[in-house]
Design a protein around this ligand. Structure first.
Ligand code: SF4
Length: 365
């Protein structure tokens, strides 16, 4: 049986950049700790310290640790790897006052302006790892908000309500422009759109949310970068169809091609194999979109988060198995999954080749 890992699956450059920034900061914190300990005991030779001291040098004190506001990437295994190095993850909705004086990482998804303002208020040092594409889109949302305000229009964003990137985009639009607003002076949770509020933009997850839009007014429609391109196009047509004046509808396709291009590629990849294993974290919206496409292309597709979920019966009678994943799936995890599939296959072949009397002895034992 042949096992192929999809060469185009894995981290997009936005996630690679965020992880590199986190690793660099963690390494810098570790180095600072080593120096501090060396000064204390007067030795100053890394590797020659006592066991207790080495432990401190390996993972910095809590106050020194880099804090990620939410998972740095929607993949539990990669988060665990970084946490073992010294990253601390706190829930996205954490009150920034509790992190006063600490160093906080802003993930590739970005954050709304309210987060930056509150960080400054609480003396927080930010390591801003917002993906450059997302940062550009935030500017677009801000400009669209200003334009729509001038003409009495609305900004609508196709994306998942409460998703960090959507909160970051919606937060650029002045609250109060639409029926759903953040409320001036509200806490970070409201301004950032953790609950039903979403800055000044209307968040459209699907057809039902279009009812939030006032079709008699101008509309600016854009998308979360990891949204489905097909769904965005379908909703755009629905908006134009319902608008009193279709000429007053601006559709801006902002789906990231790092994701959109992968859907077509993965469909081809899935069709080429007898069975497909798609590796992605449960919280990855990109993973959900891509797996839908993979599952439609190959009914023998299975979505897993770790190699421990593999089932041998998935590969019965298979000549080839494809292993692929989302933009948040680390390469090392797909390699681990592929190795386990191949190991199970070679064990199966080994048992199959054993003489019948040994096999019957094994089943009796
Ligand atoms: S999917 Fe695109 S926009 Fe989103 S983080 Fe990755 S590279 Fe950036």
């Amino acid at each position: 049986m042949r096992v192929e890992i999809d060469s185009q699956s894995g981290f997009c450059f936005g996630v690679v950049g965020a992880i590199s920034k986190a690793e660099a900061r963690i390494a810098a914190n570790g180095a600072r700790d080593e120096r501090a300990v060396a000064d204390d005991d007067g030795v100053g030779v890394p590797g020659e310290m006592s066991g207790a001291t080495e432990e401190v040098a390996g993972v910095p004190d809590r106050a020194e640790r880099l804090v990620s506001l939410g998972d740095i990437v929607h993949n539990g295994a990669e988060v665990a790897r970084l946490e073992a190095l010294g990253l601390e993850t706190v829930p996205e909705q954490t009150d920034l006052a509790t992190l006063a004086g600490r160093t906080v990482l802003i993930r590739a998804h970005g954050e709304p302006p309210a987060t930056y303002a509150m960080a400054a208020r609480h003396g927080i040092t930010l390591v801003d790892a917002t993906c450059p594409v997302v940062a550009r889109l935030q500017r677009t949302a801000r400009e669209a908000g200003a334009d729509m305000k001038r003409v009495g229009g609305q900004v609508a964003i196709f994306g998942r309500r409460g998703h960090a990137e959507v909160r970051g985009l919606a937060g650029q639009v002045e609250a109060g422009m639409n029926s759903v607003d953040g409320g001036a002076g509200a806490g970070r949770a409201a301004v950032a759109g953790f609950g039903s509020k979403a800055g000044g933009a209307i968040v459209v997850e699907g057809e039902a949310d279009l009812d939030e839009i006032d079709f008699s007014r101008p509309i600016y429609f854009m998308a979360q970068t990891t949204g489905s391109l097909a769904e965005f196009r379908r909703l755009s047509e629905a908006i134009q169809g319902r608008a009193t004046n279709p000429a007053a509808v601006t559709v801006r396709d902002t789906v990231c091609r790092q994701v959109a291009g992968r859907e077509e590629h993965l469909v081809e990849f899935a069709k080429r194999h007898d069975a497909v294993v798609f590796v992605a974290g449960g919280k990855s919206s990109n993973g959900r979109v891509l797996f839908e496409a993979v599952g439609a292309a190959n009914p023998r597709s299975h979505k897993i988060e770790s190699a421990s979920e593999l089932r041998p019966e998935w590969f019965e009678g298979c000549g080839s198995v494809g292993v692929c994943g989302a933009t948040s799936t680390p390469k090392w995890l797909m390699e681990e999954v592929a190795r386990k599939i191949m190991k199970a296959e070679s064990n199966r072949k080994f048992i199959f080749r054993l003489p019948r009397r040994i096999l019957s002895w094994m089943s009796e034992a």
